[in-house]
Design a protein around this ligand. Structure first.
Ligand SMILES: [Zn+2]
Length: 81
């Protein structure tokens, strides 16, 4: 899908795919932490999850200056957990 978008020089499609890949990387990290906590009979430590309303990037932790994917400001992030 990404290769096809690159071949077609579909910049917006490439951008959307890269944003989704970045978001999925964070999802894998969160899922791995949850699995590890369950294996140890524990709950996850309290944490906050934010989503960039521009590109969909998922961020955990405290505020950041800008989205690492689309450079949107922190004011474009919404807390989802
Ligand atoms: Zn973004």
């Amino acid at each position: 899908m990404l290769a096809q978008a690159q071949a077609d020089q579909e910049i917006s499609a490439q951008y959307a795919i890269m944003a989704r890949l970045a978001a999925e990387k964070v999802h894998v990290e969160l899922y791995s932490k949850a699995v590890e906590a369950v294996k140890n009979g524990k709950d996850l430590d309290e944490f906050h999850v934010y989503n960039c309303s521009v590109c969909g990037y998922t961020h955990t932790g405290g505020p950041i200056d800008k989205c690492p994917v689309c450079s949107a400001g922190w004011n474009k992030f919404r807390e989802i957990v």
